[in-house]
Design a protein around this ligand. Structure first.
Ligand SMILES: NC(=O)c1ccc[n+]([C@@H]2O[C@H](COP(=O)([O-])OP(=O)(O)OC[C@H]3O[C@@H](n4cnc5c(N)ncnc54)[C@H](OP(=O)(O)O)[C@@H]3O)[C@@H](O)[C@H]2O)c1
Length: 345
């Protein structure tokens, strides 16, 4: 990754009249310091504007199946590489670890954190401004456990989750599974609306909702969620759900975007051949296909080298033939569970 020297940060007033302190602050917030005191050039990640006006980075880091201790270095390395979106859940049993990582790395909005104090000292910028700008540049999602759906239980669960994350607000709070056989999404949503009114949640979303679940929620609350996070990858494209979401201005977020790795070899080597043609990896081909579809993606990797690869999707594009070849891989190959019958926790 390219590294540019601190001298690239200009002093004095820029053409727009912004003062030097805020320029320095935002430059460091956007890029972050290396150990050598230089500013790192980080990948630019596109954002998607949601139906509530908020903007979400199109790529995030998923943290499922990483234990509470193990998640700390994984989140820290992702932040260091330029990830500004973390996708977690109460059910992953690692919210405390995510919270420790954000605190230690100076991304939870706390101006007193040692990482922010050090950055303020090195840059001469105001610690409060640095802490606020960093927090504003980060998107943190968490999800409610199915067992805690319901009005009062959602409010209580959220208090616990926010404390574990050591945050003043989360960017998105989601219903994890619709559990249509034990439907409580309407009352749950009303509690989530209250949390949003209080400024402790910015965006409300759902996961695993089929069109019938989305309609049921809309009938009861008058609201469409901003985001529907669903299992989505080349061999399980869920076209009907995606079409419904697009028609109702609900952003689609793909979980298991590589089918937990299974799709890397999909189509008798189709993905691998496309990867070789562009000198990229099979993972990058699949993730690029999602990006070109306008889908938000949250690939999970515990390895820094793969985390970097999964962000590096903007130096090539698929030809129309390659795009069609991936589209044609669609099939009934679910990697996860059926939302009509499943409850996670
Ligand atoms: N809402 C829901 O119900 C729901 C359900 C499932 C998942 N999710 C979310 O979606 C996130 C991602 O889904 P997922 O973890 O199921 O699947 P995934 O992101 O499709 O795949 C993750 C697997 O691929 C490997 N991998 C990652 N990058 C790679 C690369 N560049 N090259 C080769 N292999 C690579 C990872 O291994 P290493 O870690 O060893 O690199 C891991 O085994 C989860 O972490 C979670 O946040 C949500």
């Amino acid at each position: 990754m390219d590294v540019v020297s601190t001298s690239a940060v200009s002093a004095g007033n820029d053409a727009a009249g912004n003062d030097a302190a805020s320029n320095v602050a935002s430059e460091y917030v956007a890029a972050g310091l290396t150990d050598e005191g230089t500013v790192k050039a980080l990948p630019v990640i596109p954002t998607i504007t949601l139906n509530d006006g908020n903007t979400i980075p199109q790529i995030g880091l998923g943290v499922l199946r990483i234990d509470d201790e193990g998640v700390v270095p994984v989140v820290e390395s992702a932040l260091d590489l330029g990830y500004r979106h973390i996708d977690g859940a109460a059910g992953y049993n690692n919210e405390a670890g995510v919270g420790r990582a954000l605190a230690q790395a100076g991304w939870n909005g706390d101006a007193q954190s040692p990482a922010i104090q050090q950055l303020a000292q090195e840059t001469g910028a105001d610690a409060q401004t640095l802490a606020q700008q960093r927090r504003q540049n980060l998107w943190v999602t968490t999800k409610l456990k199915d067992s805690e759906q319901g009005y009062d239980s959602t409010l209580a669960a959220f208090d616990r989750q926010l404390a574990l994350l050591q945050l003043e607000y989360v960017d998105m709070y989601m219903i994890h599974w619709p559990t249509p056989f034990n439907w409580r999404s309407g009352e749950t949503w009303r509690a989530m609306q209250e949390l949003r009114d209080q400024g402790r949640v910015r965006t409300l979303g759902v996961c695993n909702f089929m069109p019938s679940d989305l309609e049921r929620l809309h009938d009861e609350t008058g609201e469409w969620p901003a985001v529907n996070q669903i299992e989505l990858h080349p061999t399980w494209q869920q076209r009907e759900v995606v079409r419904f979401c697009k028609d109702h201005n609900i952003a689609v977020e793909a979980y298991s975007p590589m089918a937990r790795g299974a799709d890397l070899q999909a189509g008798d080597g189709v993905i691998e051949r496309i990867a070789a043609a562009h000198n990229v990896s099979p993972a990058q081909v699949i993730l690029r296909w999602h990006i070109e579809n306008g889908t938000i993606i949250i690939p999970k990797s515990v390895h820094a080298s793969r985390q970097a690869e999964n962000l590096d999707l903007f130096n090539f594009s698929l030809t129309p033939e390659e795009y069609s070849a991936i589209d044609e891989l669609d099939g009934p190959t679910r990697a996860g569970h059926d939302p009509a019958t499943f409850s996670y926790a």
